[in-house]
Ligand binder design. Structure first.
Ligand SMILES: Nc1ncnc2c1ncn2[C@@H]1O[C@H](COP(=O)(O)OP(=O)(O)OP(=O)(O)O)[C@@H](O)[C@H]1O
Length: 364
């Protein structure tokens, strides 16, 4: 049987390096891969001089890993980037290229959940099932809060399908000096999306520690400025992103978005259970695609049922924050990068009420 990734990381976490710390605490290991009895990885150091000083570390890592059960071969590559890490990069970049910042690294050890500088409250927006409108609710709620004078940020942590840039109409790449990232702004909202920082297809292979590291970078290296509230658009379900956000950051609470259908509600319950286990308070539930009002005759139809989320919130003794109708305009506005809450009308009003609820309850 192959050695586990965890065992390898543990072992590397014991190997001291020049200048103090270990290979893991100094975040020097890249591209760790385990295939049958072969362990491969890259040690990335500052520059060529450091690479020479690290030769004994490489030898020690070889020796320690080979001694593990299930390890036959160890292949280590010692590299140094051409430009020293942290050196400012030229401002001009090819259009559409991600900024020059290494995103996706092992998390830096921290004592416990941390605050984000300048950010008063962090609200996680989650759902159990995909496609229930969690991202749509996040962008519109952010715009509705901004319209009411709140300083709002959105962190798009839905790494498997980042959609906030499209929904908020942002196409620019964020600028980075190699150490910090300038967020983007649209409709009064400050935005950062993991999708804007990676090459296409890169994120989907991330798991556990790499994801945790990337999320940590998003929270600590982005210049969020002073915010009343940061909304974090989570991927659907109950995975690594949810776990690392709630364990590493002081999250004020979570809002659960669901459609009224039973299938969506079953998954919503799982998400609620996860937040409970992580001791993240549930601020309330939102019913999206609540009812459909025919634009021609005004007839109200309940395509996915109606009231299911309110009933579930009552059953679980959670606040019910509001319902958002199903309207073609919502999708068209989201696709066009101008959230419906930025304009006028019934749906915009519904988001306004949702924003009032949060502000009134001291949540935003
Ligand atoms: N109230 C609504 N009325 C009409 N269309 C909506 C509504 N809410 C969301 N949509 C549309 O449904 C689709 C899915 O929404 P969205 O991407 O926000 O869901 P999600 O839960 O974030 O999905 P994912 O699982 O991909 O993260 C989008 O095309 C969006 O425009």
């Amino acid at each position: 049987m192959s050695v586990s990734r965890e065992t390898v990381l543990n072992e590397l976490g014991r190997i001291a390096v020049p200048g103090g710390g270990t290979l893991i605490s100094r975040d020097l290991v890249r591209a760790l891969a385990i295939e049958d009895d072969t362990v491969r990885f890259v040690i990335e150091v500052e520059d060529a001089a450091a690479a020479r000083a690290f030769a004994p570390v490489e030898a020690e890592a070889q020796r320690a890993l080979k001694a593990l059960a299930g390890v036959g071969k160890v292949q280590i590559v010692l590299t140094a980037p051409t430009a020293p890490r942290g050196q400012a990069q030229p401002a001009a970049k090819p259009a559409g290229a991600p900024p020059n910042l290494t995103i996706g690294r092992h998390p830096t050890p921290q004592a416990g959940p941390a605050d984000v500088a300048g950010v008063k409250r962090i609200i996680a927006i989650g759902s159990g099932k995909g496609g229930v409108g969690k991202s749509t609710v996040t962008s519109n709620l952010a715009v509705a809060l901004a319209k009411k004078g709140r300083k709002v940020g959105v962190l798009d942590a839905d790494i498997y399908g980042p959609s906030q840039p499209r929904m908020l109409g942002v196409t620019d790449r964020p600028k980075s000096d190699g150490e910090t990232i300038e967020p983007l702004h649209a409709h009064g909202v400050t935005l950062m999306s993991l999708g804007l920082l990676m090459k296409e297809g890169e994120a989907v292979v991330w798991r556990g520690p790499m994801l945790m590291g990337a999320l940590q970078q998003m929270l600590t290296q982005v210049k969020w400025g002073e915010l009343d509230v940061l909304l974090v658009d989570l991927p659907p379900g109950t995975g690594d992103v949810q776990l690392s956000l709630c364990q590493k950051t002081n999250v004020s609470g979570a809002i659960i978005v669901s459609t009224p259908q039973d299938v969506a509600l079953i998954d919503a319950r799982r998400a609620i259970d996860m937040f409970n286990k992580l001791k993240t308070p549930i601020l309330g539930m939102v019913e999206n695609m609540s009812m459909y009002i025919c634009p021609n005759c005004g007839h109200e139809a309940h395509l996915f049922g109606h009231g299911g989320v309110a009933a579930e919130a009552r059953r679980l003794d959670l606040p019910f924050l509001g319902e958002i109708p199903l309207e073609l305009e919502v999708r068209l506005a989201g696709d066009a990068g101008r959230p419906v809450a930025a304009g006028e009308g019934a749906v915009s009003d519904a988001y306004g009420r949702l924003a009032d609820r949060l502000i009134g309850g001291g949540m935003a």
